[in-house]
Design a protein around this ligand. Structure first.
Ligand code: UDP
Length: 325
């Protein structure tokens, strides 16, 4: 039975991963400091509350022995990373280095890392494949790229095996309705649109209608959280089987872009409610279009997104939203 440590397993994507691992017969342990995660989102396995930056905590957990570690415990807000870069470099880089060192000390050499489309920066072409230059334009993207680079060096020097998965716009919710997005503050488009539809917010701010896109609003590639988890499961399999290079990275998206206005229109259809909008200035740092080319993940990992069409994704997110009191 595979034994996996999920760091950040109480967060949005991590909690879906813990569920998938638990349901597919893996032994799973979550390490999470609950700074933003939720204990009740961890539905399977053991739970350890602790800081991944604390070596004593890591030693205690890792001494249980694991086949692999999946790392979801990052700070993810671009705007906050610009305001508080020290916090982001400390949490996302320094603590991750500590985790990697502790893994090596315990002889654990397989790692699945949550990276991001933000490592690419302003797109030079679309859709974005793995060959696209990585020139992040904010501290958040830089922290993730730094870890990717560390992983490449560790592969060469130590034979440390890793897969970095660069998410485009993670969204949706558990198809069975048990889990969903609970960020505080919420900054992501789909939960915000649905909170307006549910009457929990007065309106949605649309950040810019003057982009060079068909309807003037930004285009993003929304990928279902459960599909992201399937990619992690496939990455784990490939690491276990010794397939591929020691250091791999894949772009994870549906390959289809949707505008902010198309998201609003679909949310209105799914919910049967109208969504009040307030046109607002562009949000600094938002590229007009971010769409993944997921060909490599399909070819090398056998990844096939199942739930990432916009309507299904919003239906799942809406079901979750309407269950929140
Ligand atoms: N967006 C918006 N209003 C909001 C939140 C987001 O218009 O209240 C837009 C944002 O400008 C971007 C898209 O929705 O074009 C997706 O933003 P999100 O923050 O969900 O993800 P990001 O693309 O920044 O990772």
């Amino acid at each position: 039975m595979l034994n996996v440590l999920v760091v950040g397993g109480a967060g949005f994507i991590g909690s879906h991963m813990v569920k998938m691992l638990g349901q597919t017969g893996c032994r799973v342990t979550t390490l999470d400091d609950l700074s933003s995660g939720h204990r009740d989102a961890v539905l399977y396995g053991d739970f350890v509350q602790g800081d991944m930056g604390d070596r004593a905590v890591l030693d205690a957990v890792l001494s249980r022995g694991f086949d692999a570690v999946m790392h979801f415990a990052s700070f993810i807000q671009v705007g906050e990373s610009v305001q508080k870069p020290a916090l982001y470099y400390q949490n996302n880089v320094v603590k991750t280095l500590g985790l990697l060192d502790a893994m090596r000390a315990h002889g654990i050499q397989r790692f699945v890392f949550s990276s991001t489309a933000a490592t690419f920066g302003e797109p030079q072409y679309s859709p974005i494949d793995e060959k696209h230059p990585q020139q992040p334009v904010n501290p958040y993207g830089r922290t993730k790229l730094m870890v990717e680079q560390v992983l490449a060096d560790y592969a060469l020097a130590y034979g440390f095996r890793s897969v970095s998965l660069r998410y485009f716009n993670a969204a949706g919710a558990d198809p069975e309705g048990q889990l969903g997005e609970r960020h505080d503050p919420e900054t992501h488009l789909i939960p915000l649109v649905l909170q307006v539809a549910a009457g929990r917010r007065p309106h949605l701010q649309v950040f810019g209608r003057d982009y060079d896109t068909p309807d003037g609003t930004c285009i993003r590639d929304y990928v279902h959280v459960t599909d992201l988890c399937s990619a992690h499961a496939l990455a784990l399999q490939s690491l276990m089987a010794g397939q591929g290079a020691d250091c791999q990275a894949y772009n994870l998206g549906s390959g289809h872009g949707f505008s902010v206005q198309e998201v609003i229109d679909t949310a209105q259809k799914v919910s049967g409610r109208s969504v009040a909008v307030m046109d607002s200035p562009r949000r600094p740092g938002d590229p007009s279009r971010l769409v993944a080319d997921p060909t490599m993940a399909r070819q090398n990992l056998g990844w096939q997104p199942q739930h990432s069409d916009l309507r299904t994704l919003i239906e799942h997110a809406w079901r979750w939203e309407t269950r929140q009191a």
